[in-house]
Design a protein around this ligand. Sequence first.
Ligand SMILES: NC(=O)c1ccc[n+]([C@@H]2O[C@H](COP(=O)([O-])OP(=O)(O)OC[C@H]3O[C@@H](n4cnc5c(N)ncnc54)[C@H](O)[C@@H]3O)[C@@H](O)[C@H]2O)c1
Length: 307
Amino acid sequence: MQGRTVIVTGAGKGLGRAYADAFAREGAHVVVNDIATDESGEPLAERVAEQLRGTGAAAVSAPYSVADPEGAEAVVDTAVAHFGRVDALVNNAGIVYGGSLVEQAHEDFRRMVDVHLMGTFLTSRAAFRRMAEQGGGSILNTVSTIGLFGMAGMASYAAAKGGILGLSHVLAIEGAEHGIRVNALAPMADTNPGRTKGAEEFFAPMGRRAAAEYVAPFAVFLAGSDAAGTGGVYSAAGGRYARVATVLGDGWISPGPNPPTVEEIAAGFDTIRDLRPGHELERMQEEVRLINQRLAELGNTRALVGE
Ligand SMILES: NC(=O)c1ccc[n+]([C@@H]2O[C@H](COP(=O)([O-])OP(=O)(O)OC[C@H]3O[C@@H](n4cnc5c(N)ncnc54)[C@H](O)[C@@H]3O)[C@@H](O)[C@H]2O)c1
């Protein structure tokens, strides 16, 4: 990252702060984004940027909301105005609150989607344009194991993070032709003790390894190194770093020339649920190719088009 410019959103504290520190240590020029202010009303982003400059790093604050279209553009403009380019964008800014589905207020659900999903879309769109002009770059989006695997009482958060997962897949495909790498990271760190119900139970056994500093070098690697590739989804917690994927089973092919009956579906359901051989696909067209290949092998394509 030496001499390269990275934007970290939500870097006023928590994981984003740890990422900003880690990028600065690698010699990156850091744009510190956050909307929060401290007790005296000073933007956290400016405080962090000042501290980084104090260590000899090149850092500038961008205290705008990523959920606001103009704010997101201003974050990217700040990078270009100060450092002339944007090499990496880490979409980390976020909010967390729970609430069971039936208790969830419409406006709370929408605010969650606005900050996480819309925020990631808006900063990515602004940075993507700039990276495409430059001939390359990298985007690291933040998802969550709550969105990947689910957790009771977290419907809006899981939905917003799930949206970022879908967005990341498409950005990786669209970015490939411009040399823009896009990955997604589900971090876990004890950044806000007491905020998420039950979180102490997860983090207590991890001890020091629950610190954001254990996630930060992985974020720097994913965003900063071409060796990390593109289109990946990863989980980092407690000093354990792992890849996560959605896989597709071979499935069950209906036997006759006509649509199957419900009874035939029921009889085939064990095969439908079987994930083997766990195809991992890079784009949806690959699933269509797999289906048509199986049908062609069975001489059965006419049934699919209803002829
Ligand atoms: N901590 C975890 O265990 C964990 C687990 C899974 C995912 N995450 C995700 O990682 C990211 C960071 O989490 P954290 O625990 O460090 O959170 P945090 O609350 O400590 O920090 C998030 C920062 O984002 C800022 N922010 C919020 N809305 C913003 C906006 N509209 N524009 C700019 N900045 C904004 C906040 O002011 C805050 O400083 C979030 O996206 C979170 O959902 C965290």
